[in-house]
Ligand binder design. Structure first.
Ligand code: SF4
Ligand code: FES
Length: 253
């Protein structure tokens, strides 16, 4: 790559949740190995746009800075991904930054992912451990199941797969099912005790079987999670649960 002294960011900004979005361009000093977040930090330090006008500092969310928490996700040059893991040297310029469209914008690139976490609460995507510390080791898990659970456990609830999914829109509540955490907690032996309750929560959400065939989410997932396989597994499990509910039995696992 040719030597460069500045980096150009074109940022889609929004001053409040109800305000209209607009674009603002920034030229910032280039530094070796800089990532998108370090560029945003430079704008925050010196909020002057490419026309030399003072402006408000750009807002975004972040936490771990090592592609673990998912908070810094945004659309970078048209693809949703983590901005802490996006190296400027790997990006075509100007670098376009937009908030993810699946979630409401709080300000600029900062979105509200609460609806995804609410959906995960609805499907009880966790394993209760209160009162289990003195029960001793749980049953051994078959190696194949352990490997499957490990893959699903890598999910950081970043929401990038939802941005890519054609079945997620403002009329669908597919949002919780797309996240494989629900499948993950079904998997380990400790999670199976709440399986029926969790599947009932999943069934309350309208979900399209077609999603299992849409591969977009698999391609964008930064953790390489086999999403379509996990969604298909959840679809199978919810179908079995529907039969069990219909016949009033909780035995047919
Ligand atoms: S499955 Fe992948 S893309 Fe989707 S929320 Fe989890 S880590 Fe992010
Ligand atoms: S800040 Fe946590 S994934 Fe980027």
């Amino acid at each position: 790559m040719a030597e460069q002294s500045t980096v150009t960011f074109v940022i889609t900004r929004q001053d409040s949740p109800d305000a209209s979005p607009y674009k603002e361009t920034f030229e910032i000093p280039y530094k070796t190995n800089m990532n998108v977040i370090s560029g945003l930090m430079e704008i925050q330090r010196n909020p002057v746009n490419a026309d030399g006008e003072n402006t408000s500092p750009v807002q975004w969310d972040m936490n771990c800075l090592e592609e673990v928490c998912g908070a810094c996700s945004m659309v970078i040059n048209g693809t949703a991904r983590q901005s802490c893991a996006a190296l400027v040297d790997d990006l075509e310029q100007p670098i376009h930054l937009e908030p993810m469209s699946t979630f409401p914008v709080i300000r600029d690139l900062f979105v509200d992912r609460e609806q995804m976490f609410d959906a995960l609460k609805q499907v009880k995507a966790w394993i209760p451990i209160d009162g289990t510390h003195d029960l001793g080791p749980g049953p051994r898990m078959p190696e194949k199941k352990r490997q499957w659970a490990y893959e699903l456990s890598k999910c950081m609830s970043c929401g990038v797969c939802l941005e890519a999914c054609p079945n997620v829109n403002d009329k669908s509540d597919f949002i919780g099912r797309a996240c494989p955490q629900s499948a993950f907690v079904q998997c380990p032996s400790t999670g199976e005790m709440n399986a029926s309750e969790r599947l009932d929560g999943l069934m309350k959400m309208e979900a399209s079987q077609a999603a299992a065939n849409a591969q977009n989410c698999v391609q964008v997932c930064p953790k390489g999670i086999p999403l379509t396989t996990s969604i298909a597994a959840m679809n199978r499990a919810t179908n079995i649960q529907a039969f069990k509910n219909f016949f009033g039995s909780d035995e047919a696992h």
